[in-house]
Design a protein around this ligand. Structure first.
Ligand code: ATP
Ligand code: MG
Length: 449
């Protein structure tokens, strides 16, 4: 009788204790809903695993649990909750457990090697996590707090959730990889940037060396060339006695050549001074009319040989203008030289005038002009318009670039108008009294050149 009545009694007792200590059994629907919520709102792998595991063992009232995530035949992450000391999970055991969907301790016979493994990890149930027929990990669950077995319903629910857990887990792993990749990428970008910076420093040093070389070479070339040009000019003027008609043309060609070279060297020297920071304006009172005429004289024969007129128009009186002689001379020479070179018929008119505050210089020609779309870039370093290249392939494109810098540094203004095929006007406007104050340190530098 006792035995007879004992069974129902025990049932009632468990029900009561279960109510008191472990509350009612969980509601599967609510359980799944909450699981899904956790899975869809967590992207950091360790957080995802922790929260999912915590939810499962709380709801199913399990003592402890572990997630094992594998990748490339290695343990990738282990996340456990509830153990006195975290289980030291061996990959060989994981591998053995990876062959079966669900391993339940109580269903295994004593002596079975899987049963021994489960015992080692205090596990009651092990669920295999698979993605696309690929083993992705294990969910190891310990005993229930009540000491009860896992019910068929528990197992079924775990089976339903397993693929979803796996998917979320893989997503988190990918996210982790992208984060890692981002870090490597950033490191790589930083490494490359550093390399570029170093390369750039090298280039700058190289550039400096190049500037110094140009400056040195130009100085060395300029002195003998200026002498050659000077002596040729004296020969042409008959200072060494009258020259024969046949000789004049040869000497004149040599003179023009030397003149071209001196101009080119001056341009190069100025450009190299600009990049080494040694380009300064040193204003002095200048007789502009005289200077313009001197420069024009160097180009008379060149113009005459091309059958071009070369005229000069200027008022009888002209005040002295404060400007840097060498640099303004170079600008004037470049403008007139261009007009003579880029004009094939007609000619060149050089004009200057002065008001009480401004000096204006203009060179007007009837030459090839500058196509409208190229006018914008004309004063840029090395820039040459197409029509000029066709006519004269060997220019440097430095003359106007320098002219712009010289005039702007004098606080003046460039003058430029042109119609393609008709002609151009190039010139500048300068303040008569230079607003530029030279600092004595710069003077020292200037005198070195
Ligand atoms: N008078 C002009 N008529 C037409 N085009 C001109 C004239 N002056 C300058 N240019 C245009 O401006 C460009 C730049 O002139 P710049 O004097 O700087 O160099 P370049 O004459 O080409 O070469 P370099 O002066 O070294 O011989 C020329 O290539 C040409 O396209
Ligand atoms: Mg030129």
């Amino acid at each position: 009788l006792i035995a007879f009545t004992f069974q129902p009694l025990r049932k009632i007792l468990t029900k009561i204790t279960d109510r008191i200590f472990f509350k009612e059994q969980y509601d599967p629907e609510a359980f799944l809903k909450e699981t899904n919520k956790i899975l869809s709102t967590n992207i950091i792998l360790t957080e995802l695993l922790y929260k999912t595991l915590d939810h499962i063992i709380q709801e199913m009232r399990i003592l402890e649990g572990t997630f094992v995530v594998v990748e490339d035949d290695k343990v990738h992450t282990i996340q456990s909750i509830g153990y006195k000391s975290a289980p030291d999970i061996k990959f060989e055991d994981v591998k053995k457990l990876s062959r079966i969907d669900i391993t339940v301790y109580d269903e295994l016979e004593e002596g079975n090697h899987l049963k021994n493994i489960l015992r080692k990890y205090e596990a009651s149930v092990v669920i295999r996590l698979m993605e696309d027929h690929q083993f992705a990990g294990l969910l190891i669950l310990g005993e229930k707090k009540s000491g009860d077995m896992f019910t068929a319903k528990d197992i079924e629910i775990l089976e339903i959730t397993a693929p979803e857990i796996t998917m979320a887990m893989q997503r988190a792993k990918q996210y982790e990889e992208i984060q890692k990749f981002n870090l490597t990428l950033r490191a790589e970008v930083m490494r490359k940037t550093k390399k570029l910076r170093e390369a750039n420093e090298h280039l700058q040093e190289f550039d400096k060396a190049k500037d110094e070389f140009i400056s040195m070479a130009s100085h060395q070339l300029r002195t003998p060339l200026t002498a050659i040009k000077g002596y040729l000019s004296m020969l042409l003027e008959g200072d060494a006695g009258e020259i024969k008609i046949g000789q004049y043309d040869f000497i004149n060609e040599a003179f023009q050549g030397a003149n071209k070279m001196v101009n080119l060297i001056n341009d190069l020297l100025n450009v190299s001074r600009m990049s080494t920071g040694k380009f300064f304006i040193d204003p002095m009172p200048l007789d502009m009319k005289k200077m313009i005429q001197e420069e024009m004289k160097q180009l008379t024969t060149a113009a005459r040989q091309k059958g071009l007129f070369l005229k000069f128009e200027a008022p009888a009186d002209m005040p002295k203008i404060e400007a840097d002689e060498n640099k303004i001379r170079q600008v004037i020479m470049n403008f007139i030289d261009n007009s003579v070179y880029y004009t094939e018929k007609g000619g060149v008119t050089v004009k200057c005038s002065a008001s009480h505050k401004d000096f204006v210089f203009e060179v007007r020609d009837t030459g090839i002009g500058v196509p409208k779309e190229m006018q914008q870039k004309l004063f840029a370093k090395f820039y040459r318009a197409d029509n000029a290249r066709r006519l004269r392939p060997d220019g440097t494109g430095l003359g106007l670039y320098l002219a712009k810098r010289v005039i702007e540094d004098h606080k003046g203004e460039l003058i430029f108008r042109s119609t393609s095929g008709k002609g151009s006007v190039f010139g500048f406007r300068l303040p008569i009294h230079s607003p530029i104050k030279v600092d004595p340190k710069k003077h020292e530098l200037l005198n070195l050149h």
